[in-house]
Design a protein around this ligand. Structure first.
Ligand code: FAD
Length: 322
């Protein structure tokens, strides 16, 4: 068709890719090239760019977001967190995002400050905007419908949460304040995710919910991250990984199979039961290209026309070092 696509497309669902801004100029250049290539080849519905605690990455986040929006022709969802940001700083960040042509914000509270695992009062912001719901309200008040707003959901419960019911109530507050869709924390137990969606629907949360899928890149990082974030790992996932845990390449390959199986299970459940209403997938790419491409290939979401495209892909291991 004369376009630069090496792939042809047939899925009846969409997908999106998360990236984080690298620390160095060279890293930024590499990432921009990669986002450009991935958006052309894989056609995500949107890409999103993370935001560091207290605005620590603001310039780099906005540089990547602005590049993707302006030069890759893909819609961008820019993360924004309230952590240690005054209302004035939040408004300044929103103004910058607007001037870059960005139309979508993922409104978040933010990770705990560096070196801390939990929060105490005063850690969070200047006191103006302590919850993600406060940020949703602020965006709505100041910008009306200029920004589409997304928020985070936690299928296994947020670590600081007291009860599932309370947490759902807070999620509903974010939606009622103006959030249009939810992206979830990553998970490996599809049944827990589906249960979360059923609970959301029963609570009256009807907006799209995008399951967060994190491809497994190495056995040690997988074990570390799931333990740290308190993410359940079903026995069948461990059984597939254990035998190959010393072989990084095999772990990646099995990781793609696990992720593709999860995606298929979610989409199938949604086809079989209207209640779920899941029609999209969200990938935490960790700035890597190969795993997401392989997962989409496995799912038949893309047809490979030139097999060499995946084989010659150069995943940059340093990209994992945030
Ligand atoms: P909130 O929605 O504010 O909820 C946090 C906790 O507070 C929950 O337990 C909730 O139940 C509770 N709560 C909410 N309202 C009330 C209330 N009124 N009273 C009492 N309790 C309440 N972090 C980053 O720093 N940068 C990023 O770019 C980033 N991107 C992310 C993307 C996704 C898709 C996800 C799922 C997470 C991301 N995070 C990011 C991590 C996120 O910031 C943390 O998980 C954070 O601790 C919670 O954020 P939240 O927006 O869910 O918070």
């Amino acid at each position: 068709d004369g376009s630069n696509n090496q792939f042809s497309f047939k899925p009846n669902y969409y997908y999106s890719f998360e990236f984080f801004p690298p620390k160095t100029e060279a890293g930024l250049d590499n990432l921009m090239t990669r986002i450009d290539r991935m958006t052309r080849r894989l056609e995500p519905l949107f890409v999103d760019v993370t935001w560091g605690s207290a605005g620590s990455t603001s310039a780099r986040t906005l540089a990547v977001a602005s590049f993707a929006q302006r030069y890759c022709g893909v819609d961008v969802l820019c993360h924004l967190t309230t952590t240690r940001m005054t209302q004035q700083q939040l408004l300044q960040a929103l103004e910058q995002a607007k001037s870059c042509g960005i139309r979508n914000i993922l409104a978040l509270r933010g990770d705990p400050p560096k070196g801390k695992r939990s929060w105490k009062p005063g850690d969070i912001s200047g006191g103006d905007c302590d919850r993600a719901s406060d940020l949703v309200k602020l965006i709505k008040e100041e910008y009306g419908d200029w920004f589409g707003i997304a928020v985070a959901g936690h299928p296994e419960g947020h670590p600081s949460s007291n009860s599932t019911e309370e947490e759902l109530e807070h999620l509903l507050q974010k939606v009622n304040a103006g959030a249009e869709f939810i992206i979830t924390q990553f998970f490996y137990d599809v049944q827990l995710f589906l249960q979360f969606v059923r609970r959301c629907r029963a609570k009256g949360i009807t907006c799209p919910i995008l399951p967060g899928i994190m491809p497994i890149q190495s056995y040690s990082s997988f074990v570390r991250m799931t333990r740290y974030c308190g993410i359940s790992v079903p026995p069948h996932v461990m059984e597939q990984l254990e035998p190959v845990k010393e072989d990084d390449e095999a772990v990646k390959e099995i990781g793609c199979k696990i992720a593709a199986d999860m995606c298929q299970e979610i989409l199938t459940a949604s086809i079989e039961n209207d209640e779920y209403g899941i029609d999209g997938l969200h990938f935490y790419t960790l700035n890597l290209e190969r795993s997401v491409t392989r997962i989409l290939l496995r799912m038949g979401a893309i047809d490979l026309i030139q097999p060499s495209q995946v084989a010659t892909d150069t995943d940059d291991p340093s990209a994992l070092q945030q």
